[in-house]
Structure formats: C-alpha cells, structure tokens
Ligand binder design. Structure first.
Ligand SMILES: Nc1ncnc2c1ncn2[C@@H]1O[C@H](COP(=O)(O)OS(=O)(=O)O)[C@@H](OP(=O)(O)O)[C@H]1O
Ligand SMILES: Nc1ncnc2c1ncn2[C@@H]1O[C@H](COP(=O)(O)OP(=O)(O)O)[C@@H](O)[C@H]1O
Length: 167
C-alpha cells in the first residue's frame, strides 16, 4: 500500500489483517513507521534512504510470502521506480491509498502537516515532508486504488480484502 502520511494505509491494513485472520489466513503487516524504528533506524527521508527502506521491506515481505503468509507493506513508498522494482522482483501488487491534501491537513492525526507548513526557519519545520515539500509520484498503473476521502473505512477495507482474495 502506497500513499501519503495519514491517507489511511495503517488503518486499512490492520482492518484487512483482522478480516483475513477471521477467515483463517496467515497475514502480516509491515508498517513503515514501525519497520523504520526497529529495522531501519539508520535511515532518514532522503530519496536514497526511502528507497533503501522500501527495498528492505520488500525483502522481508518476500521471505514471509515464500512461507504462504499474505504480506501488506504499508509505507509511503513515494517512488514509482521502487514500486516497479518490487513488482518485477517479487510480483508485488500496488494498492494506491489516495486522499487529497486538504483532507489530510484536516485529519493531521500526528501534527506533521502543520509542521511541514511552518516557516522554513522554524525549528519544528519538516523540510522534506512527502506531498508538501518532498516528492510523491502518483502510481501510474496501480492494481487497486481506494480513496479514503470519499469512502468509509469499511468500504476501503472491503475493497482490499476482495482484491487480496481474488489475486
Ligand atoms: N519527512 C517525512 N516525510 C514523510 N513521513 C515522515 C517524514 N518524517 C517522519 N515521517 C513519518 O515517517 C512515516 C513514513 O515512513 P515510511 O517508511 O512509510 O516512508 S517511506 O516509504 O520510506 O517514504 C510517516 O508515517 P505515516 O504517517 O504512517 O505514513 C510519518 O509519520
Ligand atoms: N476510508 C478511510 N480509510 C482509512 N482511514 C480513514 C478513512 N477515513 C478516515 N480515516 C482516518 O484517517 C486516519 C488515517 O491514519 P493512518 O491509518 O495512520 O494513515 P497512514 O498509515 O496512511 O499514515 C485515521 O485516523 C483514520 O481513522
């Protein structure tokens, strides 16, 4: 799952996980935020580091998938090049969790959008925040797209559950 911070990746991923566990599937979610803290504390948010972060997630996801575990990588994953790389290397599918910036700014559950809009010289300003002052390449041809500004959590979750079960 690729999408901006606050778009709903973690929420949908965890809901999908619960639904698929109910149906007896083995499933794991690799969440960017958590993965970074535990396995990538050496990485920041430059293009190079974001790509390396997602490559590591892809590697771990593939190990699990080889053991019949369904894996959702829930990360911003802003570069098309890396999404393509994971698709070619591991047959990964791309689900675009879409949400407009205005809605994200209103949600701002972590206060990060507010920080990204602070004056550049403010000590709390985030200078490379995805979608505001850093790149997010819109997925060219996602295998599935959900729009969390117009859909409920249940609607987006159902779409992803159906997609996984049918692929
Ligand atoms: N500069 C900047 N840009 C974007 N996001 C930032 C930044 N700094 C910290 N954060 C927090 O890090 C989370 C994104 O980590 P990811 O591993 O998903 O990012 S990436 O795929 O490597 O681009 C992201 O988590 P989510 O909100 O869950 O997406 C943020 O909480
Ligand atoms: N259709 C939806 N799908 C997912 N989240 C939604 C939706 N509508 C509203 N939200 C809210 O948006 C926020 C998304 O946060 P989160 O899942 O942490 O995003 P991300 O993992 O992409 O950073 C949550 O507070 C969630 O309740």
């Amino acid at each position: 799952m690729t999408g901006l911070s606050g778009a709903g990746k973690s929420t949908i991923a965890l809901n999908v996980k619960a639904k698929l566990i109910e149906r007896g599937h083995a499933i794991e979610v690799l969440d960017g935020d958590i993965f970074r803290k535990n396995l990538c504390p050496d990485l920041g948010f430059s293009k190079e580091h974001r790509c390396e972060n997602v490559r590591r997630m892809g590697f771990v996801a593939n190990l699990l998938a080889q053991n019949k575990v369904i894996v959702i990588i829930s990360a911003i994953n802003p570069y098309e090049e890396i999404r393509q790389e994971l698709a070619e290397k591991y047959q990964a599918k791309t689900i675009f969790v879409e949400c407009d910036i205005q809605t994200l700014q209103q949600r701002d559950t972590k206060g990060l959008y507010k920080r990204a809009f602070l004056p550049k010289n403010h000590p709390d300003c985030i200078h490379n925040f995805t979608g505001i002052n850093d790149t997010f390449e819109i997925p060219k041809n996602p295998d599935l797209a959900v729009n969390t500004a117009s859909e409920s959590i249940d609607e987006s979750t159902s779409k992803v559950v159906d997609f996984i079960l049918n692929n």
